[in-house]
Design a protein around this ligand. Structure first.
Ligand SMILES: [Zn+2]
Length: 119
């Protein structure tokens, strides 16, 4: 993969180069489940809870349709509803509705490759 400086500084940091893919997959798998139990389980596997909140919005104003992690990896934005259940902010967003920013990277949404090509 070639280094592309224009991608740097855009969006959120992945932080210390650690791969949180397993955490994000776990959170996505718990949509519709208790947030309290999900958070407790996720927290027990991490040294910091920060990456949990890259995806999960606890405050309403913090909700996002999707979240970009690093350069070309996207995930559903999640939130906690009034019943304490983990939910997807916008279920209509998927790997077919997002436009890749460039042709040099493999863009994925929730681990699935984008179907649209970069211009
Ligand atoms: Zn690229």
């Amino acid at each position: 993969m070639k280094s592309d400086v224009t991608h740097e500084g855009m969006g959120r940091t992945t932080g210390r180069g650690r791969d949180y893919t397993p955490l994000f997959r776990f959170l996505l798998s718990r949509v519709g489940s208790s947030w309290e139990a999900t958070f407790a389980e996720a927290k027990s596997r991490l040294d910091t809870t920060e990456p949990i909140f890259w995806l999960v919005a606890v405050q309403e104003f913090d909700r996002r349709d999707y979240v970009r992690i690093g350069e070309s990896t996207y995930y559903s934005g999640l939130y906690v509803d009034s019943d304490g259940t983990l939910q997807v902010v916008n279920p209509d967003i998927n790997e077919s509705s997002l436009d890749p920013q460039c042709a040099c990277c493999t863009h994925t949404f929730n681990g699935v490759r984008f179907t649209k090509r970069a211009p």
